[in-house]
Design a protein around this ligand. Structure first.
Ligand SMILES: Cc1cc2nc3c(=O)[nH]c(=O)nc-3n(C[C@H](O)[C@H](O)[C@H](O)COP(=O)(O)O)c2cc1C
Length: 209
């Protein structure tokens, strides 16, 4: 598919058919994710593809338990509705044939040497540069999602499940200093969804000439 079409037609997909995503396609999607730009070409990512239904189910249950713990509805209607929404948006991946977990390594560069004995800590630099490792992960995840769409799948980015980050990191054997940065659910879309409404061009564009 033309890149322009992929970008214009992509939409987040949260319901999937039972059709599996082939191992070949999973690998190709991740290969393309790994081609994204990253701070100093550090490629601070690893991708864990989970196709095991039991593990995906287990992850979903862990997330649901956390949501219920953090957002009890106390039989108040509005809270019940909000809780149902959070549950849906953080655990819909339980129906996906594949879930890609994105593992991120910390931002570390030669700059660390220059910081020794200075006022700026690595965390200060990280903040000043607006967390370049997280920005790099964003680029890789976008590559991943666009590639999934290009190969005929639907996908959705997930950060909601990070409510149970510690538990998920343990389950997936992600060891400190690495962290679970995000997940992406992928599968054949159960429904056809067109690009959602976006801000107008005028709202998002300024030209300084
Ligand atoms: C960083 C990030 C985190 C997201 N986390 C979730 C999530 O946890 N659950 C979910 O259902 N969608 C999640 N999304 C998808 C957004 O809700 C979606 O992109 C947005 O509503 C716009 O819709 P579109 O992707 O169809 O254009 C996330 C998107 C981004 C970029």
């Amino acid at each position: 598919m033309e890149l322009k079409d992929v970008i214009e037609k992509r939409a987040s997909i949260r319901t999937f058919t039972d059709e599996p995503v082939s191992a070949e396609h999973i690998k190709e999607i991740i290969r393309r994710a790994g081609l994204a730009p990253s701070i100093n070409n550090s490629q601070p990512w690893k991708f864990i593809a989970i196709t095991n239904e039991e593990i995906i189910e287990k992850m979903g249950k862990i997330v649901q338990k956390k949501v219920l713990e953090y957002f009890p509805h106390e039989n108040i209607k509005e809270k019940m509705m909000a809780q149902a929404k959070v549950l849906r948006f953080s655990s819909f991946f339980m129906d996906a044939p594949v879930l890609i977990a994105v593992e991120m390594s910390p931002y570390q560069t030669v700059i660390e040497e220059l910081l020794k004995g200075r006022e700026l800590s690595l965390e200060d630099v990280n903040r000043l540069r607006n967390y370049p490792n997280i920005q790099s992960i964003g680029a890789a995840v976008e590559n991943l999602i666009l590639s999934a769409f290009d190969l005929g799948y639907g996908a959705c980015w997930l950060s909601g499940l990070l409510i149970a980050r510690n538990e998920l990191e343990e389950l997936l054997s992600i060891k400190s200093p690495n962290t679970l940065a995000a997940c992406v659910a992928i599968g054949k879309p159960r429904e056809f969804i067109t690009q959602r409404d976006k801000k107008s061009f005028e709202q998002i564009f300024t030209l300084i000439d």
